[in-house]
Write a protein that binds this ligand. Structure first.
Ligand code: 13P
Ligand code: SF4
Length: 394
């Protein structure tokens, strides 16, 4: 694998917390252990021809993403998943919830494969259906369910998407969260009305969108902690809140810090800070631009030569952008943040194994959502896909 010397910021900082613990992120993944694997992947893909459709999320390793027919953020991949009805096999290079959504959105005859079943998402795991049902019961007890629309981030399991479908809610991604939230509030009298949103499972995307895009106050938001009785909230707090945020977060984006942003600006007043909305509110408040991975890519593509950027999102993508734009100064926002370990589970050995099995007529690691869940989750996904446009940023 080609590597690039990408500065890990903050530049010139002393010993950081991670390196003190001896676990500093090395910055580059090790090279592919077996160079024959690239050739084997090529041969298997060629042998499968039109039968195969490979989707790749922007956080995937270079060794894998090079084989994707379509790359994208979560929204683009959901929209494009059904784009090749002639393909018998859809191999998803991403994480489990994305493959589930692809299974829901593709035709009956298409089989979705996730090359490594361990490629999950810690954020999606922070909301389980029984916990969400318990929260709904608490909202019922507080007498507010008539006012509440559940909205789940794409980064959630299919049964939670189905829950939202059953309760007049919808799915959103980081590229259409504002539009989705406006749609949800519109179902209950508009943003200025007395409707509420139960936002699952990423508290940061929910808070950032409500406050920065919809103009709500931080006080309009409460956090539901599924590990505490009644979510750690009183019935009065549930009645007063406009946004009930699930206590979930991304373990990668949650680590970027506002202090580093200040240090970078002090060193380079021209630097622009570009972050994903899964980052904490304190970080997003200090950023110049906020958006999904697709937005981050488009922003860097359109940036003038010589411009200076620090990007707060997953490291594989930032490294790829730095390599693709050597005329721009592109750095990673923080030294203490590493790759998304679950996205990285999809490596070339797993990819080749999945493809070679398909060539041999065996479908391995098939992701199959049961019919009932699929029906209800599709309602919530379709509501998202039917939203007008995506966001003002796309
Ligand atoms: P997007 O694909 O919406 O940018 O989200 C990033 C992410 O964390 C996916 O897991
Ligand atoms: Fe989940 Fe965060 Fe990894 Fe995305 S980057 S898959 S939200 S842990």
């Amino acid at each position: 694998m080609t590597t690039v010397d990408l500065p890990l910021l903050p530049l010139g900082r002393g010993v950081d917390r991670a390196s003190e613990r001896g676990v500093e992120c090395p910055g580059d993944l090790p090279p592919v252990s077996d160079p024959d694997l690239v050739e084997r992947a090529r041969a298997a893909k060629e042998a499968l021809g039109e039968k195969l459709f490979v989707l790749g999320h922007h956080y995937q390793r270079d060794e894998v993403i090079q084989f994707a027919d379509v790359t994208g953020d979560s929204f683009k991949l959901a929209r494009d998943a059904a784009g090749r009805p002639e393909a018998e096999y859809v191999v998803f290079c991403g994480v489990h919830f994305m493959a589930e959504s692809a299974d829901i959105l593709t035709a009956e005859h298409q089989q979705v494969v996730l090359p490594d079943l361990a490629a999950g998402c810690s954020m999606a795991d922070m909301a389980r259906l029984p916990q969400v049902e318990a929260a709904w019961e608490a909202l019922e007890a507080a007498g507010v369910t008539e006012q509440v629309v559940p909205v789940t981030y794409m980064n959630s399991s299919a049964d939670i998407k189905a829950f939202c479908g059953r309760h007049d809610g919808l799915v959103c991604t980081s590229s259409n969260a504002e539009t989705a939230l406006r749609w949800a509030f519109d179902q209950r009298g508009g943003v200025e009305g007395d409707g509420k949103v139960l936002f699952l499972p990423d508290q940061h995307l929910g808070r950032n969108t409500a406050v920065l895009e919809l103009g709500m106050a931080l006080d309009d938001c409460v956090v539901w902690n599924p590990l505490l009785p009644n979510g750690g909230l009183t019935e009065a707090e549930l009645r007063d809140a406009r946004m009930i945020l699930w206590k979930g977060h991304c373990s990668v984006h949650g680590r970027f810090s506002p202090t580093v942003v200040d240090e970078l600006r002090a060193k380079d007043p021209d630097i622009q800070i570009l972050v994903h909305p899964e980052c904490r509110h304190e970080v997003v408040l200090k950023a110049d631009l906020i958006g999904s991975t697709e937005f981050i890519i488009k922003t860097i593509e359109a940036a003038p030569a010589g411009s200076s950027w620090a990007i707060g999102t997953e490291l594989n993508l930032v490294q790829r952008l730095a390599r693709a734009h050597p005329d721009k100064k592109i750095a990673f926002l923080d030294r203490n943040v590493c790759y998304c370990s679950t996205m990285n589970r999809i490596d070339l050995p797993h990819f080749v194994w999945a493809l070679e099995n398909l060539v041999a007529g065996q479908v391995v690691n098939r992701i199959e959502v049961d019919d009932d869940t699929q029906r209800d989750a599709l309602v919530a996904l379709q509501r998202m896909l039917d939203l007008p446009g995506r966001s003002h940023k796309d």
